[in-house]
Design a protein around this ligand. Structure first.
Ligand SMILES: [Zn+2]
Length: 429
């Protein structure tokens, strides 16, 4: 099973100075920054995924790429843009970069605001290895709609419309790809509201000629529902079909998904959990070891609550900064010291600082667990080796994103080890 990482401009300044928190003087965003595969010295994924909506924007949603970056991507091609030209897939071919249209960004629209021509122009010009058909997300999961037959009266008209539209666009897409002899592998996207409807969509895409099929709309599903769909699809597909899970993985069911024969998935969760999760910010263990909470030391000059309390006179700016500085100094001393001697003093300082922001909140127990266990000292990734305790500090994009890269490293090890184990089991039996 291959892991694709969807890029959304996730790069860091390799020269960032943690002590002074200054970015490098000649920093050029994206250009001089490093992606995870550069900072870690090897790719913590089997491929990248890029959405057209992120690059070009779609109705009402602005692009994440600047005009200059958009032009550069098209001019250089995706492999040079992401600086993965020297990386190879296991067969020696180019590093996989899949592209899609970003169906989630236009989920509210009546129909996808992207034409087949737009999609093919984008995929072809940027030199992607795989390009997905244009789909329209079905946000409901209601197997009981099939009670009166798969396409019976139970299925609401709007849902059936999205289902048929997705398949019609897939047909037009693969026909156009054949006519124009494109260089990427067309990937057909299936939508559905139940295991049966997904199975039927996958069968239809197979008839159309697709041999790589992505299951879309799975993100909001409960784990049991997702597994029902994947099991139903995997037991019904022909052996020459590869199945991709769009935007979703369930780490606790990794072994089963590998065993079922899922070919690939993409997920941003390792990166995003580093700064969006309330407690699982730092991953450990290829076997799915415990995750740790990052140590909250928000930047005082960028924190809205703190700035509000300072300007209303409740807090004195110098005092806030002094406490912030003390937290950072004690954290670094704790990182250098190999004993827990300074732990209570450090926890007290962190408590005092975090309470300035939210007097009711306490992170003490979570902070203590992370600091006492020192997980960053046991990690072999180059982020943890290079920056030490800074990686567990919840503070600014340069640390938070590095922690995300570390999570990608751990997640990728998890995937490769699950695949290895499954292979060795099948050799034994
Ligand atoms: Zn690490």
């Amino acid at each position: 099973m291959k892991f694709f990482f969807p890029d959304a401009h996730d790069h860091v300044d390799p020269e960032f100075d943690f002590e002074t928190e200054a970015t490098s003087a000649d920093r050029q965003l994206q250009h001089s920054d490093h992606y995870a595969h550069e900072l870690l010295g090897r790719a913590p994924y089997d491929g990248l995924l890029l959405s057209k909506s992120i690059v070009d924007g779609v109705t009402g949603k602005s692009a994440k790429f600047t005009t200059a970056q958009r032009h550069r991507l098209r001019r250089l091609g995706a492999h040079q843009f992401f600086r993965v030209s020297q990386l190879r897939n296991p067969e020696g071919g180019p590093f996989p970069i899949m592209a899609d249209c970003g169906a989630f960004s236009y989920i509210q629209e009546e129909a996808p605001p992207i034409t087949i021509d737009d999609a093919i122009e984008f995929y072809q010009t940027c030199g992607f290895t795989h390009g997905q058909s244009i789909d329209h997300i079905i946000a409901d999961f209601r197997p009981y709609w099939d009670e009166h037959g798969l396409f019976g009266d139970g299925v609401p008209e709007g849902v059936r419309y999205r289902y048929d539209l997705t398949l019609r666009l897939a047909e037009e897409f693969i026909t156009a790809c054949r006519d124009r002899i494109v260089s990427f592998v067309p990937v057909g996207v299936a939508q559905g509201w139940s295991p049966r409807s997904y199975v039927a969509a996958v069968q239809r895409l197979y008839q159309l000629g697709y041999r790589y099929i992505a299951l879309g709309g799975l993100v909001p599903l409960k784990t049991t529902q997702l597994l029902e769909v994947v099991r139903a699809v995997m037991t019904s597909v022909k052996p020459d079909v590869k199945i991709h899970l769009l935007g979703v993985i369930r780490w606790e069911h990794l072994d089963e998904l590998v065993r079922l024969g899922v070919a690939s998935f993409d997920s941003t969760s390792p990166l995003r959990q580093a700064f969006l999760d309330s407690k699982s910010n730092y991953y450990t263990g290829t076997e799915g070891g415990p995750a740790y909470a990052a140590i909250r030391v928000p930047q005082s000059d960028g924190n809205l609550q703190l700035m509000r309390r300072i300007s209303s006179g409740q807090l004195v700016s110098e005092k806030v900064r002094e406490l912030e500085r003390r937290c950072l100094d004690l954290l670094r001393a704790y990182g250098r010291d190999k004993s827990d001697a300074g732990l209570q003093e450090l926890l007290d300082a962190l408590d005092a600082y975090v309470r300035l922001i939210d007097p009711k909140k306490s992170w003490r127990a979570k902070h203590e667990r992370t600091l006492r266990d020192r997980p960053w000292e046991r990690c072999g990734c180059s982020v943890c080796k290079d920056v030490g305790i800074e990686v567990v500090m919840f503070r600014g994009a340069n640390r938070n994103r590095r922690r995300g890269f570390h999570n990608l490293f751990v997640s990728y090890e998890r995937v490769t080890s699950a695949v290895q184990q499954s292979l060795s089991k099948s050799e034994v039996s």
